[in-house]
Design a binder for this molecule. Structure first.
Ligand code: AHM
Ligand code: MG
Length: 338
């Protein structure tokens, strides 16, 4: 059998990156391998979701007061499990858990990283066979190695992330991750069970034609946001519209499309929920990091997402994220129309 050397697996890729840093320990590569392993397990269950009884509400309510689907619980257990039993992670924060989890065993206490993740974002879409995803952000801990990690490790601003990524369970399954060196996308090859490099060095086009926002909330947005959305629907002095509206209600899918094709995604605050819906630590920050590395921009309407000093695990933030020029158009309108 011929070996196709054009195919580079995620493990091979991270090892190649590692060799460029002679002092690197390989802990981040192992962490990414752990996350990819959990993602593969989740992928198997997501693919079976229409067939087996795992699909559906499990009757409990998560800390956000939202219905928990069984697959959310399954996915959370997979990610917690691989990170706890791996050697790279000292503790985690998860959308599905009320509080941070400090692993506090000998190996974990000697680990360099903590990880925030949303194990299965967009889970409201499971029942209708729409793409869903996992989102994660990795931080180097600030507490002393050798001891249990602390709250300060978990409450770092997003600019401190050393890596961030997402997995999209869609028409194909992809693992996309960023370090400061670049954003790379890997597609799962089910025949060998490996993520293989399919989109090297992803750059977000500086402008695009897509805008993604929940129009149902239009009259709850502030004047500046409404004016920008209006500008997305026709050409104005400040915008290059009309753009195409694409919003599926699954952030991983919506932002992935805009990252690849160019576009802007917005989840603004509303009169009912001034800080919007999305969570800073495990939804906004990872995507803000990825988009910035890819050349895009992410703000909460007034400041860079990655500069926000977090105060709690589940805090929410308005989010505007996407292609650089479209974000500049948004800022030119919203800054005079707060
Ligand atoms: P979830 O974490 O409960 O799945 O909610 C997050 C999801 C995002 O993926 C998506 O962008 C957003 O909720 C959609 O919300 P809405 O239906 O209010 O537009
Ligand atoms: Mg979520």
């Amino acid at each position: 059998m011929n070996v196709n050397r054009a195919v580079l697996t995620l493990d091979e890729f991270t090892l190649q990156q590692l060799r460029q840093f002679p002092t690197a320990t390989g802990e981040l590569s192992r962490l990414l391998r752990d996350l990819a392993l959990a993602a593969k397990r989740v992928n198997v269950e997501v693919n079976k979701a229409g067939l087996v009884d795992i699909l559906g509400d499990d009757g409990s309510v998560n800390v956000q007061g939202e219905e928990v689907k069984k697959l959310d619980v399954f996915a959370n257990n997979q990610f917690v499990g691989v990170l706890k039993h791996g050697i790279s992670c000292a503790g985690i924060g998860s959308e599905e858990l009320d509080d941070f989890v400090v692993f506090d065993d000998e190996i974990s206490n000697n680990s360099k990283y903590v990880v925030h993740f949303d194990p299965l974002d967009g889970s409201g879409n499971i029942d209708v066979n729409v793409s869903i995803g996992t989102i994660f952000g990795v931080y180097r801990r600030v507490s002393e190695i050798g001891k249990p990690c602390t709250k300060e490790d978990f409450l770092q601003p997003g600019k401190n992330q050393v890596a961030a990524g997402y997995v999209i369970y869609g028409s194909s399954t992809m693992f996309v991750y960023a370090t400061r060196r670049g954003v790379n996308g890997f597609t799962l090859d089910p025949s060998i069970g490996e993520f293989t490099l399919s989109f090297p060095n992803i750059i977000c086009p500086p402008t695009g034609k897509f805008y993604s926002v929940n129009h149902g909330n239009f009259f709850q947005y502030n004047e500046g946001v409404r004016k920008y959305i209006d500008g997305c629907q026709r050409k104005t002095e400040a915008t290059g519209g009309p753009y195409t509206q694409r919003y599926i209600g699954s952030m991983v899918a919506d932002v992935h499309r805009n990252l690849m094709k160019g576009g802007i995604f917005m989840y603004p605050g509303t009169t009912d929920k001034p800080t919007g819906k999305l969570r800073l630590l495990y939804e906004a920050n990872p995507f803000a990091f990825i988009l910035e590395v890819a050349g895009g921009v992410a703000t909460d309407g007034t400041q860079r997402i990655l500069d926000i000093e977090p105060t709690s695990l589940h805090q929410r933030t308005p989010l505007f994220i996407g292609s650089k020029m479209m974000m500049e158009e948004l800022e030119s309108i919203t800054s005079v129309n707060k």
